[in-house]
Write a protein that binds this ligand. Sequence first.
Ligand SMILES: [Fe+2]
Length: 442
Amino acid sequence: MLNADRTDPAVLRELIAAELLAARERTGLLTGAVDDAELAAQHSPLMSPLVWDLAHIGNQEELWLLRNVGGRDPMHPEIDPLYDAFEHPRAERPSLPLLPPAEARAYAHEVRGRVLDLLAASPLEGAPLLDAGFAFGMIAQHEQQHDETMLITHQLRKGPAVLDAPPPPAAEGTLAPEVLVPAGPFTMGTDTEPWALDNERPAHRVDLPAFRLDTAPVSNAAYQAFIADGGYREPRWWTPAGWRHRMDADLTAPLFWTQEGGQWLRRRFGHVEPVPPNEPVLHVSWYEADAYARWAGRRLPTEAEWEKAARHDPATGRSRRFPWGDGPPGPEHANLGQRHLRPAPVGAYPEGESPYGARQLIGDVWEWTSSDLTAYPGFRAWPYREYSEVFFGPEYKVLRGGSFAVAPVACRGTFRNWDYPIRRQIFSGFRTARDAEGEAGA
Ligand SMILES: [Fe+2]
């Protein structure tokens, strides 16, 4: 669908409607899996009650599509401040007079009905927000991003499992531990991806020295070796800020891990199970990823290195949309869209390999990079400053590639995510890199 002829308005309308529907089905699944009391409860001070996300999804859709695109009057102006993410931090949201679950559902449903009428009549061109259906694409991505947030809430929620999904595919073949990316320039970011967000733009050339990158994300087994070697007890592996945080927060292992009789267990969406050695490590902070990399005699890749390894095709010199090419992500390429409720083992998805031979760059786990979130040269805030610009600076580290919880519509080789270096309730893992300058073939 993502490769359909978007220049035909009828095709584009169908594509938009399908993406909006897919997002709403997922929202329905995530909010329908628990009762009303659990929907309204706060499962962690880090997260909103699920019922807040639900009405916020409807409110943003109303704001951007019905009001900004359609020129309609606000449906319920009195609720706008409740669902403004910048007005109320997450910890405060349960004490707000939020719409109860039935009303939140009815509101989101009513907005959606009107949006589909608007879409049917829209020329999908003639205004910047409308061109290529951008505002509709932005809203489909927004809902899917909140679905990922709601899945994090499900992971933090205590109590019996309510979600289920089949296991991901197995690993295939024997992988070399790392791939070589020779020195040279590549095109980072995009001018052509129709629903790319402002921080992914514009396309620009970046010249990088040669480097080596892990073929796949760091596994639980490798991470356990770091723990067993006293990685959490040795300040020399940590940055000063990382060590302070490790002590203050008493970090000793990834979030959701416990040790019983010498065996590591993890809690995953209500199931307690042995930590699978071959899966990418999940729920680690940037500080932990950075300490592991130093312990391993390596470092985190920069954001530019990650993107070059994922997109650059040395045969043609151009950057692809995805590691495997320009075609949309299929189930053979990557673990995306909550199809599975866990990352696939290290070495899965040979069809998703990049030209340099790296695997699982898209899907499975978000990958921490060493880079702060900054503007690309020529950046222009669009369509609102609060999407990215207010987050630029050294406080946030960039994550790349998406996790098993990210929908294809909200994932591409240029997509940038960011978070505080202490965060680990997110579906975060990492891979490591090292300089290869001066090596033969580099
Ligand atoms: Fe939002």
